[in-house]
Design a protein around this ligand. Structure first.
Ligand SMILES: N[C@@H](CCC(=O)N[C@@H](CS)C(=O)NCC(=O)O)C(=O)O
Length: 201
């Protein structure tokens, strides 16, 4: 099994965290999709990373599908609770929240790389505000808990830490730790995990 991705992609990082936390053997291939000769456009019709290539050649995308597949396929450390529909929904909702933060941060990153006179202020403010609201929601939901959901690590934690650390990378001016001490405390603990350390960009 091979995972195509890059070290700065937060979606790739989420999948790498799942692989590490579940101790699933997988070859990680750094493959920026826009580089000439990249395998990604030939592998994932959407031309995006992460893309997981199974041993029989099957390609799995995008990151929520990959994470769900890996969690269902391998029993080591179940990360998406399998029995209770409400708990399962909340874990997947955390993932959607985290992915949404990543989506908006990527939009802002792409927009910010355009010449200043061509940047769309509405796009920047709409996506900036979405991230601000999502962070406030996450902080309220966490409010002093050790884990996003229940009493153990789930995909929710791995998705959220991937989103927050992507903000550190791309929006270092956004002081989410200062604004939300609940997120700061939770993230500090998460950042001690070997999986998180091993996937630093
Ligand atoms: N919803 C997708 C988003 C994946 C995505 O947008 N990945 C970016 C990199 S962070 C990408 O591959 N963009 C294509 C490009 O850069 O050409 C997922 O969760 O996997």
């Amino acid at each position: 099994m091979r995972l195509l991705g890059t070290n700065t992609s937060p979606y790739t990082r989420k999948v790498r965290l799942v692989l590490l936390e579940k101790s699933i053997p997988c070859t990680y291939v750094v493959d920026p999709p826009r580089e000439p000769g990249s395998e990604v456009p030939r592998t994932n019709p959407l031309g995006r990373i992460p893309a997981l290539v199974l041993d029989d050649g099957t390609v799995v995308y995008d990151s929520p599908v990959i994470c769900e597949y890996l969690d269902a396929r391998y029993d080591t450390a179940v990360l998406i609770p399998r029995s209770d529909p409400e708990t399962r929904m909340r874990v997947r909702r955390w993932e959607a929240l985290a992915d949404g933060i990543m989506d908006s941060a990527v939009v802002i990153r792409v927009e910010s790389m355009r010449p200043a006179e061509k940047q769309d202020a509405t796009t920047l403010s709409v996506h900036g505000a979405a991230i601000t609201r999502a962070l406030a929601f996450a902080a309220r939901e966490l409010s002093g808990r050790a884990w996003c959901e229940g009493s153990a690590l789930t995909l929710a934690d791995l998705a959220l830490v991937s989103a927050l650390l992507y903000l550190d990378l791309r929006q270092p001016e956004r002081d989410w730790r200062g604004t939300h001490p609940e997120l700061r405390a939770w993230a500090a603990t998460m950042c001690e995990r070997p999986s998180v350390r091993a996937t630093l960009p």
